[in-house]
Every structure is written in C-alpha cells, then in structure tokens.
Design a protein around this ligand. Structure first.
Ligand code: ATP
Ligand code: MG
Length: 406
C-alpha cells in the first residue's frame, strides 16, 4: 500500500517547485494586517529586495502612495469574498523606481489568508506606449503630404494677390510722383502747366484709381484670410506632433474634431462629403486630447478607406457623419460612414492588434486596437460599433462625464 504521508510530501514538493519556478510574483499575505507571509523568488528578481526585507511587512508599504486608496478598495473587495483579476498598481523597486504589477487574488476566509499572483507589466506597457507613439508618428508622416497640399492653395492666392498689389502700387506711385511734380510746379507758377496737367490726368487714368481703391482692400482681406487658414492648419498639424504628457487636461472635443477633420481633409475629399452635428452644450472634459484626436483621425481614415472601396470607379461620393451629443452621464461621439460595412467574421477581430484587411502599405491594423485602448483604458470610456454590410459603419465612443473639467 502507498504511504499517504510520502504522497503528501511529494505533492507539497511539487507545489513548492512550481512556486519557486514561477516568473510571476506569488504571495500569501494575512487578511488582517496585510503582512507578507510567503513569497517566491520572483519578488527578489522583480523588486530587488532580499526576501527578509519584504516578509513580515505589510504589502501596502510598497504600493505607490497614489495607488493606495484603490489598493485598499481592492483589498476590501477581497475581504468580502470577491476574486480579483487584472487589478493594476505600482510597487516600489529597491532602487526607488516603480513597477507596474497586474494582480489576480482571492482570500481563504477560513484561514484569513490572501493568495495573490502578480505579473510585472512595466515593459509591456512601455512597448504599448511606444507602439502608440510610433503609429501616431507614421500617421503624421502620411498626413504631412496632405497637409502640405492643403497649405498650397491659400499660399497660391496670397502669392497672386501680392503680385497684384506690387503692380498696383507701381501704378499708384507713378501717379503720385506726377502729382508731386505738379504740386511743385504749381507753387512756382501761378497757373497750372497744361502739358503737365495732361500727364497727370493720363497717369491717374492709367492707374484706374476707383478700381484700385476697390480691389486693394479686397486683395488684402483675402490675403489675411489665407494666412489665418494656414495658421489654423499648421496649428492643427503641430498639435498632432506634440506627444501628450500623462496629465489629463480640460479639452474641447468639438474643436478637436474640427481640427482633425481639417488635418484629414486630403484623406476623404475625393470620396466623401462631411456632415457635422456638434452639440452646443458639450462640456469640456478632462482628457488626453492629443490621443483622442489620434482616435478621431484613425476613424476618419478608416471611414474614407471604406467609402473609397464603395465608390471606386464611379462618380458617386459617400458621406462621413460626425456628431457629438451630451448625455446625462457621458459625452457621445459618433463617426459614421456610408462605406462597405463590416461583415461578421471580420467584426470580431477589428480591435485586435495587427488585424487588417487592407493591402500592405495601406493599413497596419493598429488603428482600432490603439483607439480602443485610448478610449477604454486611458479614459474609462466605451467603444462600440454599429455596422451593416452594404450600408456602412458608425463608430460610437462614449466618454464618462465623471471626467468633466472646468
Ligand atoms: N469604417 C470601417 N468600415 C469598414 N471596415 C472597417 C472600418 N473601420 C475598420 N474596418 C475594418 O477593420 C480593420 C482594422 O481597422 P484598423 O483601423 O485597426 O486597421 P487598418 O485601418 O487596417 O490599419 P491602420 O489603421 O493601422 O492603418 C480594417 O482593416 C477594416 O477591415
Ligand atoms: Mg485604420
């Protein structure tokens, strides 16, 4: 007969072996004061402390001060018997830096122990941010050509107007000079010289003063509008190349959408008209505005591509509809298109990283993955899709008004 003690010892040894081998952080802690009771080697690797600096200390001592309230809330949920998955907080490394840990844990109420597993997601999070940044930079590169094109048109009429002004002032200058000579001569002689008077009349006539006095102000006004247009485009472009820092700032989503429409104009202008419906009462919200503009840009480019697929080879144009709405507890942004629609089989994959149905060079499949992360993870919002094959797609973003700004 097998020795029950021997088999118990064997299974304990097996458990201990796994416990020590895990590269995830495993721990047991007491429910009443949160002291670490047992830890595996991964703690030493990840946080740099020898085990004796951790064992017997409350876990809260190592949590980033800004994350302690959230962590305490998670701990009370645990104490109520809930199991926690993917709870993220920052733990202090021995060198003073912080590591981002993602936790799963539960409590055994009988023996008052917390069992927890944590994974160091610092590197993954950094890679995500880098990818996000790289994607943004790539879009900027692609759009720069389009923006340059946008700038070209107003620059051209400014150039034309300036040339016109130069000619006009040359004529005016000649007339004025003649007047000066007339003035000088008139002061020497009592009467006006008939030949000079004729010259003056001819110069004034050639300069067409009434025409100039009407056209010069108009040309100047147009030039000023052209310059304002350029300033707007360059401002919108510059905004895109500013990486957001980690602080949320109060932002105007209607304005952000308008700017993004300007920047993306070249992407859709051959295939679609834009209809906008911006809510007048949209509150400012605390957000990462640069990132949200990146989301809007991705959605507008997707809409233009999809409409492009439908109208290609025809004289038809599609419609992109952009609207904002205030709801009791959220702000809703919709970007709709009259494109292909998204079939089942594609729809369930669109938020996956690197999923694309576009040919190489047209899409990398990061747009919706990053947009989804920006809306849900960075802003606590929701992202949904309303689509019908043959009719089009509407992307719906809801940002909670909990983020309401000043
Ligand atoms: N408005 C839309 N209409 C139809 N299909 C869409 C629409 N938006 C997204 N899709 C589908 O979802 C896929 C993923 O979109 P996503 O924006 O993530 O990547 P992409 O546009 O292919 O590439 P990237 O945005 O990285 O340049 C697209 O390839 C396309 O098949
Ligand atoms: Mg895209």
């Amino acid at each position: 007969m097998a020795d029950p003690l021997a088999s118990l010892r064997a299974s304990l040894a097996e458990r201990d072996r796994f416990f020590e081998l895990s590269s995830d952080l495993l721990c047991e802690a007491s429910t009443d004061d949160g002291r670490f009771l047992r830890l595996n080697r991964a703690w030493v690797e990840t946080l740099g402390y020898p085990l004796e600096d951790l064992l017997g200390h409350p876990f809260m001592d190592f949590v980033h001060p800004e994350d302690r309230d959230e962590t305490a809330r998670a701990a009370s949920a645990l104490a109520e018997g809930k199991t926690i998955f993917s709870f993220v907080n920052r733990y202090r490394h021995r060198d003073g830096s912080y590591r981002l840990l993602s936790w799963s844990s539960s409590v055994d109420p009988e023996i008052l122990k917390i069992y927890a597993i944590a994974r160091d997601i610092t590197a993954i999070r950094q890679t995500e941010l880098r990818l996000h940044h790289a994607n943004r930079m790539e879009s900027i590169g692609q759009l720069a050509a389009g923006v340059a094109h946008e700038i070209n048109t107003p620059i051209q009429f400014i150039g034309d107007n300036l040339r016109f002004l130069e000619d006009a002032f040359t004529d005016l200058g000649r007339a004025l000079l003649a007047y000066q000579r007339l003035d000088a001569r008139a002061r020497e002689h009592a009467g006006a010289d008939a030949a000079l008077l004729a010259e003056v009349t001819a110069a004034v006539h050639a300069a067409d003063l009434p025409f100039l006095s009407a056209e010069i102000p108009r040309a100047l006004a147009q030039s000023r509008q052209g310059v304002e247009h350029i300033t707007g485009i360059v401002g919108a472009m510059k905004d895109f190349s500013h990486p957001d820092n980690d602080e949320k700032k109060s932002g105007d989503l209607n304005l952000a959408l308008k700017m993004t429409l300007t920047v993306a104009h070249n992407e859709y202008k051959y295939v679609a008209d834009v209809v906008t419906d911006f809510a007048d009462d949209l509150p400012m919200i605390d957000c990462h505005l640069g990132e949200l503009k990146q989301v809007f840009l991705n959605l507008l480019v997707n809409a233009a591509h999809s409409i492009g697929d439908v109208v290609a080879g025809t004289a038809r144009r599609g419609t992109i509809t952009v609207s904002t709405k205030r709801e009791p507890d959220a702000v809703e942004i919709r970007i709709g298109d009259t494109g292909t629609g998204i079939p089942d089989g594609v729809l369930e994959h669109i938020f996956e990283p690197f999923f694309t149905t576009k040919e190489v060079g047209k899409g990398t499949g990061q747009g919706l993955y990053l947009s989804h992360a920006i809306v849900t993870k960075r802003h606590g919002g929701q992202f949904s899709v309303d689509t019908k094959v043959g009719s089009g797609t509407t992307m719906i973003i809801r940002l909670p008004l909990g983020n309401i700004g000043a």
